[in-house]
Design a binder for this molecule. Structure first.
Ligand SMILES: [Mg+2]
Length: 452
């Protein structure tokens, strides 16, 4: 065996040194199974081992985006990204659990580390690592990630974008119209009661709430309900926006404010005539029964999911038909494979899947591969259409990355993106370095089993 190994390695070196002349083709007479065609000649997948995990923390993209780089013993590395706004520590605590492992065993490693993820940003480390493992597996075997998921349902991924708010519906409608002129085929608007709260007689709420209470109290515990006047004004706002953009383009709505369940229902009924695609996160996702009440009471589709970790809680919402559509963020929901599983589960239950996303091109392309390989996909969010240097962070993909409302699914190995180091260095979080050593995380240990 040992002799055979040296034989293969020796031959591999020959291949590398004459790669240009051979154009990547394999030489003549050796048995095919010893040298799988197309496998990265820098890499022997079965011998690949993780040697390092480092961070480059990008800021203002417009979110803070910690990029993960996982290095190996064979000179290839994988890229991933911790969920926007989350601490890179969520990834660093996983380093000691990954060193020495073969990154191609993506599902096995995901199961090893998934206990260190939680809902929303707490999942950022696990999901970022999972993306980087897929990137490595793809580079090692020389296949794009979507192919390892079972192939694709589409060659380009539909993008939808949020748009900077304005209290003037004509201005806002115009901004949405500009999105359409850039080729977008799906729009989303923020539709909070802040649009009308300065008009007297619109909001019923306890006075003297602290900023913390307003921000961190789940909706149904705030005591905030809207008056008929408020609901009428908000409906009028949507009517004016629809007048500008027309009725044909899909239009979703989000960020209603922390309002009670009854107000959600009254709003949903008032919005019926605008044919909205969904009303997003009207209440926190955890309240399945309340979601079902809202969903059953209004003629507009409901949606939630950008803060849910793992398939189980999506299944609860889908199997009870408490929501009409789901919206996982792959950097929270469990990474590329778990999100495909979530989509497939939802599809069986008749529920379509849009995808939340707000990060750098690394997590964006991870979402693109998953969206390509998942049949019930609707549209992928993008928050960076107005960030001029966002595309420049990476190379390897077609530019502009979002082209006339779509992202082309890349066919290069792995995620298909390479970082442009100089551009990343220009946009690092102040006080942080570019993939600095992280040796202090090499020996983090605990007894990780979840049962006795
Ligand atoms: Mg949202």
């Amino acid at each position: 065996m040992e002799e055979n190994r040296h034989h293969v390695v020796g031959r591999r070196n020959i291949l590398k040194s004459s790669a240009a002349a051979l154009g990547g083709a394999l030489m003549g007479s050796e048995p095919l199974e010893a040298h799988p065609k197309g496998v990265n000649t820098n890499s022997r997948p079965s011998e690949l081992k993780i040697t390092d995990l480092r961070i480059a923390h990008i800021t203002k993209a417009p979110m803070n985006c910690p990029i993960i780089r996982i290095d190996t013993n064979q000179g290839i590395h994988g890229l991933g990204e911790v969920r926007d706004g989350a601490s890179p520590t969520y990834a660093l605590i996983l380093k000691s659990r990954l060193l020495g492992e073969n990154p191609c065993n993506v599902d096995r490693l995901f199961r090893k580390i998934k206990q260190f993820g939680g809902h929303s940003r707490q999942a950022g480390g696990v999901c970022g690592v999972e993306m980087a493992l897929w990137d490595l597996a793809g580079k090692a075997y020389n296949v794009p990630v979507f192919q390892m998921l079972g192939g694709r349902f589409r060659d380009k991924i539909r993008i939808y974008a949020d748009t900077t708010e304005s209290h003037d519906p004509k201005v806002y409608g115009q901004r949405l119209k500009e999105r359409m002129e850039r080729g977008l085929t799906w729009l989303k608007m923020d539709l909070g009661y802040d649009l009308v709260e300065n008009t007297p007689g619109t909001v019923t709420q306890p006075s003297g709430m602290s900023a913390y209470e307003q921000e961190f109290t789940p909706h149904m515990f705030t005591g905030i309900e809207l008056t008929d006047k408020a609901i009428g004004l908000m409906a009028d706002y949507v009517a004016q926006v629809r007048e500008v953009v027309g009725m044909e383009i899909p239009l979703s709505a989000d960020h209603f404010g922390h309002i009670g369940v009854n107000t959600c229902i009254r709003l949903g009924r008032a919005f019926e005539r605008f044919n909205l695609e969904w009303l997003e996160d009207m209440i926190p996702w955890q309240y399945t029964d309340l979601w079902r009440q809202i969903t059953d009471s209004i003629p507009v589709p409901t949606l939630t999911g950008e803060d849910i970790y793992l398939k189980e809680d999506f299944h609860k919402l889908c199997s009870t038909h408490a929501i009409r559509k789901i919206h996982p963020d792959l950097a929270t929901s469990g990474g590329i494979l778990e999100t495909k599983k979530i989509g497939d589960m939802a599809e069986e239950l008749g529920v379509p899947m849009a995808m939340h996303f707000a990060g750098s091109p690394v997590a964006c392309l991870a979402s693109v591969h998953c969206a390509a390989a998942t049949q019930n996909f609707l549209a992928l969010e993008n928050h960076s259409l107005d960030v001029p240097w966002w595309d420049d962070l990476v190379s390897g993909v077609e530019k502009p990355i979002v082209n006339r409302g779509y992202i082309k699914v890349p066919e290069a190995a792995g995620l298909g993106v390479t970082l442009n180091d100089d551009v990343v260095k220009e946009h690092l979080m102040p006080g942080t370095g570019f993939f600095q050593p992280t040796e202090e995380w090499n020996k983090e240990r605990s007894w990780d089993r979840l049962w006795s």
